[in-house]
Design a protein around this ligand. Structure first.
Ligand SMILES: CC(C)(COP(=O)(O)OP(=O)(O)OC[C@H]1O[C@@H](n2cnc3c(N)ncnc32)[C@H](O)[C@@H]1OP(=O)(O)O)[C@@H](O)C(=O)NCCC(=O)NCCS
Length: 178
């Protein structure tokens, strides 16, 4: 398992998109570490994996980026398939929608960020976002998985670009920082 997989699994335990992929709580709990392990491995291969630690030195926040011009290939496909199981078609359809929303201008992509619930509100996510924004020097893109997250990203200069309904699931919010 990639370091960081359990951090993102815990951070995203009740996320609307993850709940659409795995509606049953127990199933989601088992799937998320596998899912995030694959996603982290992809960015380790093509992209950036940024980590932040709590006051005791324990890993508590993970951010996954793709620099402009980089689209990460799929790593650990079997792990991902184990995670998605019978929901594979749904996950792939959603991934296609998310990719299409990103398509176009060369821009940095903040693919995911999550902080352990017990470590939230201590500036860890802000630290990781701010570490990359100045070096990006180009537009940055992300997708907020719920309307509640839009104000969080606005703090860093991202602006919503409309609303995107994912299949029969949640509405997500593409955002750009120019
Ligand atoms: C969103 C998330 C990454 C923020 O992580 P965090 O480490 O708690 O964030 P920070 O402590 O760096 O917060 C920075 C600032 O944003 C504020 N903030 C946090 N969540 C916010 C929200 N939803 N809306 C507005 N402001 C928010 C904090 O209060 C803090 O303000 P301050 O600097 O004035 O104290 C975290 O809540 C999380 O992991 N959520 C679950 C996973 C998730 O939804 N990820 C994003 C998917 S698109």
């Amino acid at each position: 398992m990639e370091p960081g997989a359990f951090v993102l699994a815990e951070a995203f335990a009740d996320d609307p998109l993850m709940s659409y992929f795995w509606p049953r709580t127990q199933r989601r709990r088992r799937a998320l570490p596998l899912f995030w392990s694959s996603r982290i491995a992809s960015r380790r291969r093509n992209g950036l994996v940024d980590l932040a630690y709590d006051a005791e030195g324990k890993l508590a926040c993970v951010a996954l980026w793709e620099p402009a011009g980089v689209v990460s290939s799929m790593a650990k496909p079997l792990t991902l398939l184990r995670a998605t199981g019978r929901g594979t078609v749904r996950v792939l359809a959603a991934a296609r929608q998310l990719d299409q929303a990103r398509h176009g201008t060369p821009q940095w992509y903040l693919a995911a960020i999550g902080t352990l619930p017990r470590a939230q509100g201590r500036g860890l996510a802000a630290q990781l976002i701010q570490r990359r924004l100045p070096s990006a020097g180009q537009p940055c893109f992300l997708i907020a998985n719920s309307r509640d997250l839009v104000p969080f990203y606005q703090r860093f200069g991202f602006e919503p670009q409309g609303a995107l309904p994912i299949g029969h699931g949640p509405v997500v919010y593409p955002m750009v920082r120019t």
